[in-house]
Design a protein around this ligand. Sequence first.
Ligand SMILES: Nc1c(C(=O)O)ncn1[C@@H]1O[C@H](COP(=O)(O)O)[C@@H](O)[C@H]1O
Length: 161
Amino acid sequence: MDKQTLVGVIMGSTSDWETMKHACDMLDELKVPYEKKVVSAHRTPDYMFNYAETAKDRGIEVIIAGAGGAAHLPGMVASKTELPVIGVPVKSSNLNGLDSLLSIVQMPGGIPVATVAIGKAGATNAGILAAQILGIKYPEYQQAVAIMRQNKKDTVLSEEL
Ligand SMILES: Nc1c(C(=O)O)ncn1[C@@H]1O[C@H](COP(=O)(O)O)[C@@H](O)[C@H]1O
């Protein structure tokens, strides 16, 4: 039987995939079941509301939302769900992602978005953070994160200049 999808990876546009695939790669590595979709607060507002409102009942436990520029998606999704939302600022062409970062991180008190760094490293960390959150309830994901970190440590220690 397929495992229950636990993470919703959403992004404002297909153009965000280059960045957001790194979150999905990490979820694949940690064997966390996820779904991925394009959802936009600006372009598909009703769909975005519906996605956020129904995610919990569908069994999703963490949402990773990536967007660039006027990146309202993570915050708007957070406003419609009690699930933890991790926001990934996608690097924009005009302002290098600083616009995305500030749009996501500066949430008003009461509606948090756990914001990671701009771009690939942030997306990768979003995948790890999602697994760590799930690891509180599902020990296999905590274990997977521990193994991944140990492997990284071994790689760094074995590296020579
Ligand atoms: N920031 C948002 C939202 C949103 O926040 O709802 N929807 C799309 N976008 C962003 O617009 C950028 C350009 O999109 P296009 O490449 O499709 O023109 C993308 O980075 C996307 O995340």
